[in-house]
Design a protein around this ligand. Structure first.
Ligand SMILES: Cc1cc2nc3c(=O)[nH]c(=O)nc-3n(C[C@H](O)[C@H](O)[C@H](O)COP(=O)(O)OP(=O)(O)OC[C@H]3O[C@@H](n4cnc5c(N)ncnc54)[C@H](O)[C@@H]3O)c2cc1C
Length: 560
């Protein structure tokens, strides 16, 4: 990891997180507010939920100076998000909390669907696509502990009130600092001048409000009741059950420590409350026989929204997590998507702050994450409508569709990898991201294998990335990698050629792949971003394309 850019480092490596007691100067201003004009902070993160905490860890492990605040004096107590899908687990592993997550969580191997009490379909997950359940407070605690190890600490009881000096022209110029007005729990008001702000402050985001960004979408008519409880009776500990019934759907999710989540659509005008007795009635009406809820752990009623911010970024202010999108809990994607936002932005922001990349790199954040979110909102809405299907014709159509999907294996083959986050790709926008045409007429270019599961924009195969330290906790979190497939059995010319062209670039690694690492037959390269996504792919005649891509994202670049 490189230290901060020399022009900003004021003598030695600065402490990554400012201590508010140290930086807040009370009584500086006539109006009784505290002025904090010279705080050594690069990024203010508003909100210490899972998204903000991950963003803070990701920035800190890249030596960016961060402050993270939360208006709530205490960490979250309600269980809320449970599901962690494989791509989110990769991200958490890379940041250094993977072992704690796996140790504490429950593995989910299948989704089983029932209709009117009869088994309808089961969709097993291939082992590498299994999800895990872990209560959100535990995930947040593990991230907070990691943040502490990295030298950071969420400042609790600090609320962001106003953002002053936002440049609405969209220019991102780190010299033009914003002022964040922060209210501390003792009533002190602090004015913090800071170049970048991340709004990870949840669905009612104050940052989004300050930016004047709309949150279009809809709210479903029905309410959901949720009870996490210990039980007596037989429930599988490795699969989620969906009991679909004319009066509504009941979802049962295994959690760690013998607890189960019962989540139910409440019929319109229903009087059931989210308590153990009400949920027991729903289980008896819709769920498996012989299950008794004995000890409640957490209970709530909530409404489901499907909304997405009209923009994820205005100049140097970014929205992420629930501040940028909220959607149905169907498929358990909400928190996972927020973690993806934090992962997507942090390396870009760090690279720009350290002077390695032009600010234009940051413009990719909103475009990439908005499109990925649009697909998640669409998919979770489809699932939610299936839960809410009523009337014999709709129920028959839904049930027939589920049976067909089970028989064809389509869900397991096509949709499970999507839920797992394994199909997440940021589609290429430029020709230079793709292989060129062969100059020899009739000669094919490309890998010689169709797709092979590696596509530009997608995540480079995880196992190979871990083996070559392209990703993983040991990887350099700011490095771009050129993974090269040489011509085996002959002098490997491609690797030295690429090494020569990239030798004087800070933070570009050239890695030589083995013969079985990728399903490709022709010598070639994959340019891999610090977040593991493939930025470009090409072959021996495409090195000018590789140069063009590197020139766009790395700064300064002196390839000859
Ligand atoms: C019942 C329920 C079940 C769910 N189940 C799942 C699931 O199984 N899987 C899944 O992936 N997702 C699930 N979700 C969604 C998940 O909980 C959210 O997506 C997740 O909490 C979003 O995290 P976040 O960090 O973006 O926002 P939040 O967790 O909302 O955190 C925002 C933080 O910002 C702070 N804040 C707000 N305003 C300010 C301000 N002005 N100044 C300072 N701080 C501020 C808040 O105090 C809060 O701590 C569920 C949600 C609910 C309600």
């Amino acid at each position: 990891v490189n230290g901060p850019a020399p022009d900003r480092a004021r003598g030695g490596t600065p402490g990554p997180v400012s201590n508010p007691a140290r930086t807040r100067r009370t009584g500086d201003a006539d109006d009784g507010t505290a002025a904090n004009a010279d705080a050594d902070v690069d990024v203010l993160i508003v909100g210490a939920g899972p998204t903000g905490l991950l963003a803070a860890c990701e920035l800190l492990r890249r030596q960016v100076r961060v402050r993270i605040i939360d208006r709530d004096p205490r960490p979250i107590s309600g269980n809320k998000a449970l599901s962690l899908w494989p791509r989110a687990l990769d991200i958490l592993q890379d940041v250094g909390v993977g072992q704690g997550i796996v140790r504490g969580s429950t593995r989910i191997d299948a989704f089983s669907y029932f209709s009117g009490g009869r088994p309808l379909a089961t969709f097993p997950f291939p082992p590498d696509l299994a999800s895990r359940t872990l209560p959100q407070p535990v995930t947040e605690r593990l991230l907070t502990q990691r943040l502490n190890q990295l030298g950071g600490k969420p400042e609790r009881g600090v609320r962001m009130l106003v953002l002053d000096g936002i440049d609405f022209s969209g220019r991102i110029d780190r010299a033009a600092r914003l002022t964040a007005v922060l209210e501390h729990h003792d009533g002190t008001v602090e004015r913090l001048r800071v170049p970048y702000v991340i709004g990870a402050d949840g669905a009612g985001s104050a940052v989004r409000g300050q930016l004047g960004i709309g949150f279009p979408g809809s709210t479903y008519d029905l309410a959901f009741a949720l009870v996490d409880a210990r039980v007596e009776g037989d429930l599988p500990a490795d699969r989620v059950q969906y009991h679909q019934n004319p009066s509504g759907t009941l979802v049962i999710v295994p959690m760690p420590d013998g607890v189960f989540r019962f989540l139910s659509v409440l019929p319109e005008g229903a009087t059931q409350r989210a308590d153990i007795a009400g949920m027991q009635t729903i289980v008896e009406q819709r769920g498996p026989a012989g299950v008794r809820l004995t000890e409640p752990v957490w209970e709530t009623v909530f409404r489901v929204h499907a909304r997405q911010a009209a923009d994820f970024q205005v100049g140097p202010v970014f929205l992420m997590g629930d501040a940028a999108h909220v959607h149905s809990p169907a498929g358990g994607q909400g928190m996972n998507n927020g973690l993806q936002d934090a992962h997507n932005l942090a390396w870009k922001l760090a690279s720009v702050i350290h002077g390695r990349s032009p600010v234009s790199l940051l413009q990719g954040y909103g475009a990439e994450r908005a499109e990925a979110t649009r697909r998640i909102v669409r998919d979770t809405s489809i699932q939610t409508r299936a839960w809410m299907a009523q009337g014999p014709a709709r129920v028959l159509a839904r049930d027939t569709a589920f049976k067909l999907l089970e028989r064809s294996g389509a869900v397991v083959k096509l949709y499970t990898p999507v839920m797992a986050g394994r199909r997440l790709a940021y589609p290429p926008e430029r020709q230079t991201q793709l292989p060129g045409r062969s100059p020899v007429p009739g000669r094919r270019t490309g890998c010689g294998l169709r797709g092979g599961g590696i596509r530009v924009g997608g995540v480079f195969p995880r196992e190979v990335a871990l083996r070559h330290k392209i990703s993983g906790p040991q990887a350099d979190p700011l490095a771009w990698t050129v993974a090269v497939l040489p011509r085996f059995g002959r002098p490997a010319r491609l690797v030295p050629r690429i090494k020569a062209r990239t030798a004087h670039l800070p933070g570009v690694r050239v890695v030589s792949l083995g013969p079985h690492d990728v399903p490709c037959r022709r010598p070639g390269y994959w340019l891999i971003r610090p977040d593991g996504h493939i930025a470009a792919h090409g072959h021996a005649l495409d090195l000018h394309r590789l140069e063009a891509e590197l020139t766009r994202v790395l700064n300064p670049l002196r390839i000859r």
